[in-house]
Design a protein around this ligand. Structure first.
Ligand code: ADP
Length: 256
């Protein structure tokens, strides 16, 4: 087991606290993510997945509870400290990752390093190494709006990884891709994970989740279940995930 990268202790999130439409989106979530983990978060619509990933990735703050990333209590940081911390430690991939459409691929990937004032030669070396690994080295001079959906997603991954983040956070990363591209992207994430990148991912898709090593199933703002792939084949893990989702879906009807 790797060293702890992220620790969440008794996270609670209440939207519109004290207002008419107060919603307790997360009730009491505690979890730990270690270096080298690949964790998928699933759960029914409205169960709190987006809220949780936004808090774990420091894009939103919990109402109560503590969040530690690499031993630092991020829940206490100021907005400015948090922005620096994010740049150093976290990479993000979203369904519709925002890239600069009238800028070429090279500069889209390079932007985080330009902002960090890295020397030009170092930037070029890093961008090209990453682009080769992702098979997009021939696109460097293309504008983003000339790239296909799959290519755009690879550029977004390259940009997320260029700062060598300790934790890669992906929220429905395959949402805008067809099934072939989705599998390619997941194979790529698996490869990154094999090479040491820690990944946390939200998905509603059983097949996508089956690429992870561990699954956290959220229901009504609580961790309802946790399953680990371990020695199972991807197919066996997929079947376990399907069973878990189906069981929860059916039990909702019997509860009513
Ligand atoms: P999921 O991603 O699993 O669909 P969410 O985290 O989006 O779930 O939502 C969990 C609950 O919190 C839902 O009841 C949702 O309506 C509510 N919620 C989410 N975001 C907000 C917000 N910005 N303001 C108020 N309520 C919200």
């Amino acid at each position: 087991m790797g060293e702890p990268i992220l620790k969440a202790e008794h996270i609670k999130k209440i939207y519109n606290e004290g207002g008419d439409n107060e919603t307790e989106a997360l009730k009491d979530i505690s979890l730990q993510i270690n270096a080298g983990d690949f964790v998928a978060i699933m759960g029914p619509s409205g169960s709190g997945k987006s809220t949780l990933i936004n808090i774990l990735s420091t894009l939103d703050r919990a109402t109560k509870g503590k969040l530690f990333i690499r031993g630092e209590q991020v829940s206490r940081m100021s907005a400015h400290e948090l922005a620096n911390f994010r740049n150093k430690n976290l990479g993000y991939i979203f369904q519709n990752s925002i890239l600069i459409s009238n800028m070429d691929v090279y500069h889209n990937i390079a932007t985080p390093l330009v902002l960090k004032k890295c020397p030009k030669a170092e930037i070029r070396k890093k961008v090209m190494a990453l682009a080769e690994g992702l098979g997009i080295e021939n696109l460097m001079n293309h504008q983003i709006n000339q790239c296909s959906g799959g290519q755009v997603q690879r550029v977004a991954i390259a940009r997320a990884l260029i700062t060598q983040p300790h934790l890669l956070v992906a929220d429905e990363p395959t949402g805008a891709l067809d099934s072939k591209r989705s599998h390619e992207l997941m194979q790529l994430l698996t490869q990154l994970n094999d090479n040491g990148t820690t990944i946390i991912l939200v998905t509603h898709d059983n097949m996508i989740a089956s690429y992870a090593k561990k699954l956290l199933y959220i229901h009504d703002g609580l961790i309802h279940d946790e399953i680990v792939c371990g020695d199972l084949s991807q197919y066996e893990f997929f079947n376990k995930i399907v069973e878990l989702n189906a069981g929860d879906y059916i039990s909702q009807f019997f509860r009513k």
